[in-house]
Design a protein around this ligand. Structure first.
Ligand code: FAD
Ligand code: DXP
Length: 654
């Protein structure tokens, strides 16, 4: 283990490096862990400083951007003084041509300068015929972001920041509300404060809704006659495209905005679109020499605002999600975050950018006290509303943790979060599985879901749904552990392991599952693998140290019931760990059937969530699970070929 570092910054893009330099200048020891990925947003960007041309609506983001634009000249001067490098800072103004005339009202009321068809051509000759006028934003400008990156790295080196390239942070270790260390591909590192500044990849470390928005770019070379200036001197920010002329004659053309996940590369379609739009705006571009194509990932967030400030633990700070304006926002981010670290001073503007703003209201304090507002749930005949308790000794024990309910439920597919909350309460289950990926990306139907349950009462079972390979599942499992910790379950090391490459039947990959299970068990996880009902695989998983096995009854969501009965019976017979029948259960009788067979528990999602009355069905499933368990414990009568009369045959009246 390394010596303790004061501040550890995860990510060495413009945000991480700007914070590092600022902190170092204030006298703190800083280490930057940087995975060194070429397609970082900071290298891909166009470098526009364009709060006005981007047409940001009035609000906290515009305020933050304006503050940063105001800080820019001084920030650049500081970096130039340290490094002696030219950063291509150019407050050249931005011209924003349009193809459709805005209404006279808008033109009249807007405080920015409107230029008509003739005036705009005086500002910029050579515009395309479709341009009918435009806006002039004299205070916007540009910087050469690649030069800025070089300067930040050089400044960091000169000042004594430790930059560890090639170090990928895999997970944060937390204890009692504090991050204690980070685990990296090169070992463990300890610090006092940890700053998450890894752009689009933030969601790989913490359950944050940051996702990549791919942008493709292209650069051409502007020609110019000897002793004459380049034809473009200021940024042209046209409809869906921009042209950013550098002072050395390079013209940056951008950009696509694609919600395609981590799909890499430039594509013919993307480049064709860029060229088409650029030549409509400024036709001469069509003949200029192409210098380069590239692409990068903007760190997008659901509300397009960055995530800044403390998050979860008191020594964990976010500085990510800068989406389209991270180059512009670097100086203000560095300033505010350095202040927060050193002076423990949180500028009020940071209130708008808190990482927990996507969390919704928690569920009512006690699941069992939840009022059933939407669907009536009848009391059982004896007036007892509970179904889960059998006898105190009949507990389900998984990885040393005891549960009295043997029903596990899911959180997906419900018509609404309140109905999910009520269903969980009605089922009286104690373990609820949560799809880490969907929660972290705030996928439709999963917004605020993680916060909707009272994790003081329900045990979270993070699952790796959506993972097609062992590697993905391992990564998502680690995220799940962080998610559980952040939601207050410090000691939760459970993971429901799903490795499912097949999208039609959602059948799990046995080899990927075993591989991932081996790694996760070694990392201290209590692994609950979802498997086909394969007794040999179940045995192997038990041997590598899994906490349960979870054979499927039939394909997920199919409601076909227990089609794999014979194999599940073998698994139950042979296993020394709990067997949880997972997936395909469609009715309470099938839940009961699994329990009567001797399964230790059942996991049911679709049959509850998609029922006409989910809350009522949840109640029924809870009762059926108990009934099945009681039946199993009671010992069923043997099956006979012939009838045996119920009433005694002796002593009958003739
Ligand atoms: C095509 C395009 C055009 C843009 N144009 C503009 C513009 O004109 N003006 C503007 O203001 N903004 C623009 N942006 C947005 C801007 O580039 C980003 O908001 C900004 O660069 C984000 O900086 P960052 O440091 O947060 O992320 P990045 O620059 O992506 O840096 C993140 C760093 O973290 C590292 N990392 C990732 N995971 C780990 C890990 N687990 N452990 C260690 N290190 C890790 C990565 O390797 C990378 O070095 C543009 C973006 C794109 C893609
Ligand atoms: C939520 C979950 O983990 C499901 O993948 C699980 O397998 C349940 O399957 P059903 O939806 O068929 O009940």
């Amino acid at each position: 283990m390394n010596a303790t570092n004061d501040i550890i910054i995860i990510g060495g893009g413009i945000i991480g490096m700007a914070i590092a330099v600022d902190l170092k200048l204030r006298g703190v020891s800083v280490t930057v862990c940087n995975r060194s990925f070429p397609q970082t947003a900071s290298m891909a960007a166009a470098g526009m400083l364009a709060p006005h041309a981007e047409a940001l609506p009035p609000g906290p983001l515009l305020d933050l951007c304006l503050k940063s634009r105001w800080l820019y000249p001084e920030w650049i001067r500081k970096l130039q003084d340290i490094t002696g490098l030219n950063l291509g800072y150019n407050p050249c103004g931005i011209l924003a041509p349009v193809y459709d005339l805005p209404t006279a009202d808008v033109r009249h009321n807007n405080k920015d300068q409107w230029l008509d068809k003739t005036a705009i051509r005086l500002y910029q000759p050579g515009l395309g015929d479709d341009v009918v006028g435009g806006w002039w934003y004299p205070e916007d400008g540009q910087v050469d972001n690649r030069q800025v990156m070089q300067a930040l790295r050089q400044a960091a080196q000169q000042l004594g920041v430790t930059v560890r390239d090639g170090v990928t942070v895999k997970t944060l270790q937390q204890k009692q509300g504090k991050v204690t260390s980070i685990l990296t591909n090169q070992g463990e590192l300890e610090g006092n404060t940890y700053i998450i500044a890894n752009g689009s990849w933030a969601s790989q470390i913490l359950p944050l809704p940051v996702r990549p928005m791919k942008g493709q770019m292209l650069a051409v070379k502007m020609p110019h006659p000897p002793d004459e200036p380049y034809p473009l001197q200021r940024v042209l920010y046209g409809p869906q495209t921009y042209l950013v002329p550098r002072q050395n004659g390079r013209l940056i053309i951008g950009a696509t905005s694609e919600d395609v996940g981590w799909t890499p590369h430039n594509t013919p379609q993307g480049i064709e679109m860029l060229i088409k739009r650029a030549t409509r705006l400024y036709p001469d571009v069509a003949n200029w020499e192409i210098e380069e194509f590239w692409w990068g990932y903007r760190p997008g967030t659901p509300d397009e605002l960055p995530l800044l400030g403390h998050y979860g633990c008191n020594n964990l700070i976010l500085a990510t999600g800068h989406y389209r304006n991270g180059i512009l926002l670097a100086p203000v981010t560095a300033f505010l975050i350095a202040d927060l670290v050193i002076n423990q001073k949180s500028d009020p503007i940071l209130d708008h950018f808190q990482g927990d703003r996507f969390h919704t209201q928690p569920s009512p304090p006690s699941a069992s006290m939840t009022p059933f507002n939407h669907y009536p749930v009848p009391k059982t005949t004896n007036g007892h509303n509970g179904t889960s308790s059998l006898s105190p000794t009949d507990e389900l024990v998984i990885a040393g943790r005891k549960f009295h309910s043997r029903l596990m439920t899911g959180t997906g597919k419900y018509p609404s979060i309140p109905i999910m909350q009520q269903s969980v309460a009605a089922s009286e289950c104690q373990i609820v599985t949560v799809a880490v990926r969907r929660v972290q990306t705030n996928a439709p139907g999963h917004e605020g879901l993680a916060e909707a349950l009272d994790w003081g009462k329900i045990w979270m079972l993070p699952n790796t749904a959506g993972c097609k390979t062992a590697e993905e599942a391992i990564r998502v499992a680690r995220l799940g552990r962080e998610m559980a910790k952040l939601l207050g379950q410090e000691d939760n090391n459970f993971v429901k392991l799903e490795v499912i490459p097949d999208t039609k039947y959602l059948l799990p990959d046995p080899i990927g599952t075993l591989t991932a299970a081996e790694t996760l068990v070694k990392e201290g996880f209590a692994v609950l693998p979802y498997i086909n009902a394969d007794p040999m695989l179940a045995k192997r998983l038990e041997e590598v140290g899994c906490a349960t096995v979870m054979p499927l009854g039939s394909p997920i969501g199919s409601g076909q019931g227990i089609r794999t009965q014979a194999n599940i019976e073998i698994i139950i017979e042979e296993a020394h760990i709990p067997v949880v029948v997972d997936a395909g259960i469609g009715t309470p009788s099938e839940a009961s059937q699994a329990m009567e067979m001797g399964a230790d528990a059942v996991l049911i999602n679709s049959a509850i969530a998609l029922a006409k009355n989910p809350v009522l069905m949840a109640k029924a499933m809870g009762m059926a699970t108990v009934a099945g368990r009681l039946a199993y414990l009671s010992g069923r009568i043997p099956i006979k070929d012939y009838a045996i009369a119920s009433s005694p045959l002796t002593g009958t009246v003739v």
